[in-house]
Design a binder for this molecule. Structure first.
Ligand code: SF4
Length: 435
């Protein structure tokens, strides 16, 4: 397979490679998936953040809300709301600003070269890199949202803005590709941190740091992706069967939008095709209700009959619903000492253990001593602390506690029709919060 005929590997291609049929349709047959609200939202946000970062750097300020507002006037409602919510956390490190929206290309040997934009237009090596390109066809392309280079030119930070609902770790193919590109374009650089900034949320950032020692491993990872890409082209040329695999990439596959013209080879089994997202939500509501009804019915029946409930599958295997004794251990934090004060027997026992077995508290590399993982559940504590008369201790404990934002999906239900104008909600993971 002549790799010249294979388009440069880039982040947007990476996701379609999850299914070889999706890749063939979008990257070889050229079927364009029309832009959707998510893509428009991402484009809107990026169109604002690059000029905003440049403006802040030129004016030597970490933020300029008036200017951000003026840029936001032209974007869609959703992008506007996201940017409005996150603007307090959108700080630009103007002192170390290198450039925003920087195109990069690397040839098969990872030497910097020209690149192509998303429309296939050739983009020469950006002068900001201060290097000449190899002039060879790019095998890898991308656009860095923003790059900061610290004084001395040995450490860089490459944040990438994401408008996704659900944050994810930064150790992605994109992170590897972008970090490798930065290290190959700036030869003096020794370390680069790639981070994902989830702009929907205040201060939700995931990051991964790479050093120059990681370059061989990064190159190997990118070569594997390139080989995988070439393999798909080879299979299409020779008519070999393609590996079809459903997943998040189905959302961007032409088979979803036009199944009559581009039938998905695994359609009968593909959850993305046999139900719409709204139907899956509806299905989940039905199944959640059925589970609730089943749990209650089983419990009531077993309580009444005091007999196990049995069911046998086609293999002859029995499933039995019956009560089972379970040990519940509660470690009380305080005990009255009989003199008007309190003892902490569990804590004292733990401290005694630590004194006598200090080697057990030596942390493993990269972790904390296991004592530092012990915590008190916030729900119980908060049920007492929320009283007005305990405001001072409440605030004191919140100052001492670790408070972090966790993102979880939940279904909200508009209860206006049957319960009055309030929102009811429940979350998938329950309401328990820990500190
Ligand atoms: S819809 Fe079918 S062909 Fe398209 S990505 Fe999903 S599994 Fe692959």
């Amino acid at each position: 397979m002549n790799s010249q005929n294979v388009p440069a590997f880039r982040q947007s291609i990476s996701s379609s490679m999850g299914c070889e049929n999706c890749y063939r349709l979008t990257q070889i047959d050229g079927v364009k998936f029309p832009s959707g609200p998510e893509a428009d939202r991402g484009v809107d946000i990026h169109a604002i953040l690059a000029p905003y970062a440049r403006h802040c750097a030129q004016h030597h300020v970490p933020a300029d809300f008036a200017y951000l507002d003026s840029l936001c006037d032209a974007v869609g409602d959703e992008a506007f709301t996201i940017l409005e919510n996150c603007r307090d956390n959108l700080t630009i490190d103007w002192q170390n600003f290198f450039e925003a929206e920087i195109h990069f290309g690397m040839d098969e040997d990872f030497r910097p070269t020209f690149s192509y934009d998303h429309d296939g237009k050739k983009v020469e090596v950006d002068p900001v890199w201060g290097i000449e390109g190899s002039g060879r066809e790019p095998a890898y392309c991308g656009i860095l949202d923003v790059l900061y280079v610290m004084p001395g030119g040995r450490v860089a930070k490459a944040p990438d803005y994401k408008s996704h609902n659900r944050p994810f770790p930064a150790d992605t193919d994109q992170g590897k590709l972008y970090t490798l590109a930065v290290l190959m374009h700036l030869p003096e650089l020794q370390e680069c941190e790639f981070s994902l900034r989830f702009v929907r949320y205040a201060n939700v950032v995931t990051a991964h740091k790479y050093t120059r020692q990681d370059v061989p491993a990064l190159m190997a990872a990118m070569k594997r992706k390139r080989a995988q890409q070439e393999q798909i082209h080879h299979k299409v040329e020779t008519g070999e069967p393609l590996r079809v695999h459903g997943g998040p990439h189905c959302s961007y596959c032409p088979c979803i939008l036009n199944p009559d013209r581009y039938p998905c080879p695994i359609e009968p089994l593909n959850p993305s095709i046999n139900r719409t997202p709204a139907e899956w939500l509806s299905t989940k509501l039905v199944l959640d209700t059925m589970k609730w009804v089943a749990d209650n019915t089983l419990k009531q029946t077993a309580d009444q009959t005091r007999e196990p409930i049995r069911s046998q599958d086609a293999n002859g295997k029995w499933y039995i619903y019956q009560p089972e004794e379970r040990e519940v251990v509660t470690a009380w934090l305080f005990e009255e000492d009989g003199k008007g004060g309190f003892d902490m027997p569990i804590v004292n026992a733990l401290l005694d253990w630590a004194n006598e077995n200090s080697s057990d508290l030596v942390p493993r590399r990269g972790s904390k001593p296991w004592f530092c993982n012990l915590k008190i559940g916030w729900s119980k504590l908060h049920s007492y602390l929320k009283s007005n008369k305990r405001e001072i201790i409440h605030n004191r404990i919140r100052d001492l506690a670790t408070i972090e934002k966790r993102i979880q999906y939940k279904i909200t239900k508009d209860a206006e029709i049957d319960d009055g104008p309030v929102d009811e909600s429940y979350s998938e993971e329950g309401e328990e919060t820990e500190f």
